[in-house]
Design a protein around this ligand. Structure first.
Ligand code: HEM
Length: 300
């Protein structure tokens, strides 16, 4: 992951004066997910899937009207196209595994293909494809939104940026040049991790979700009958003075690896300081968060 992140920063950030954070990070998180779940590394292949995926995401939370032209209809078609790609990939991988030309532990796709339940039953091809689609969905926009918001706050709070930079430089200096980040290094990122947690408290990527009561129950003096539709709201919990600051620590590997690599190389200013955040459905800067990059004189 560290190496892929360094390559991403070299290609998409270095040598540029201004970068739009949100769309750039969107490509990065999708690339990471494709690598981790399916070992797809070819840029063209990833970009083709990413384009379909964007259409899919736009229709996930929309009115379920399946007629041509609606967001929902486009999303259904895009999901079918992605499933087809993944199905093809699964078949190729099964062949490669049979011929011992792929490893059973190389990624999630291999794992799902070779693993059975206690009764020896394997997942069907469609179940494997849907599992990967779910994980691509769950990991992509959430992480993009979180990293973009971290970049926004670090530009707005130079004191916090300096503390993050110091922590990351200390970690970089404790390692031999060129040695990649290890799990132990991530565990040392205590301050950075708290910054990420705090950003996600203030701007949670997921604002809430739906539930259905499966039994009658009482909450805060209210009787909730079985079958009631409920919505849980992240914001009200995150802003509850009784609960905060005891919120549990959230350690997110991909965000910390990105943070390590980006603060080591750059400082940045927001090109549009008062840029609005829109919720679609994740917090997203309306203009993609353009930033002016200022490379450090010497990078570690
Ligand atoms: C900043 C990043 C992330 C945030 C804020 C986030 C947030 C959430 C939330 C709030 C839920 C609960 C949804 C519900 O119960 O209705 C959820 C579920 C889930 N997330 Fe994430 N997530 C993040 C990253 C990831 C990543 C990187 C992965 C996969 C590698 C992932 C995989 C999943 C899965 C599979 C579920 C469903 C779990 C279940 O229902 O059993 N998420 N996530």
């Amino acid at each position: 992951m560290d190496l892929a992140t360094q390559n991403h920063i070299r290609t998409c950030w270095e040598g540029k004066q201004e970068v739009k954070v949100h769309p750039t990070i969107n490509v990065y998180t999708f690339e990471m997910a494709c690598r981790m779940f399916t070992s797809i590394e070819d840029c063209g292949h990833i970009l083709k899937l990413a384009a379909q995926f964007d259409i899919f995401l736009k229709g996930v939370i929309s009115f379920a009207i399946n007629i041509p032209g609606t967001r929902f209809h486009c999303a259904v078609k895009a999901a079918d196209a992605i499933r087809e790609e993944l199905r093809l990939l699964a078949r190729q991988r099964r062949e490669a595994l049979d011929k011992k030309m792929a490893s059973s532990t190389q990624d999630l796709l291999s794992h799902l293909l070779v693993t059975s339940d206690a009764g020896g039953k394997f997942l069907s091809e469609l179940e494997i494809v849907d599992n990967i689609l779910l994980l691509l969905f769950a990991s992509h926009d959430t992480t993009t939104s979180a990293i973009t918001c971290v970049m926004k706050y670090l530009a707005e709070l130079p004191e916090v940026y300096r503390m993050v930079l110091k922590e990351q430089l200390d970690i970089a200096k404790s390692k031999e040049p060129g040695v990649l980040l290890k799990w132990e290094d991530l565990q040392k990122m205590r301050y950075s991790c708290n910054v990420v947690s705090e950003v996600m408290r203030l701007l949670p990527p997921v604002r809430g979700g739906f539930r259905e009561a499966i039994v009658d129950f009482t909450y805060a003096g209210y009787t909730i009958p079985k079958g009631s539709k409920l919505i849980w709201d992240t914001g009200s919990t995150h802003m509850d003075p009784i609960l905060f600051p005891e919120a549990e620590e959230f350690r997110c590997l991909e965000i910390l690896v990105f943070l390590h690599n980006i603060v080591k190389r750059f400082e940045w200013d927001l090109s549009t300081p008062d840029e609005k955040l829109v919720y679609d459905p994740m917090p997203t800067p309306s203009q993609g968060l353009p930033v002016h990059l200022r490379p450090h004189q010497s990078s570690v």
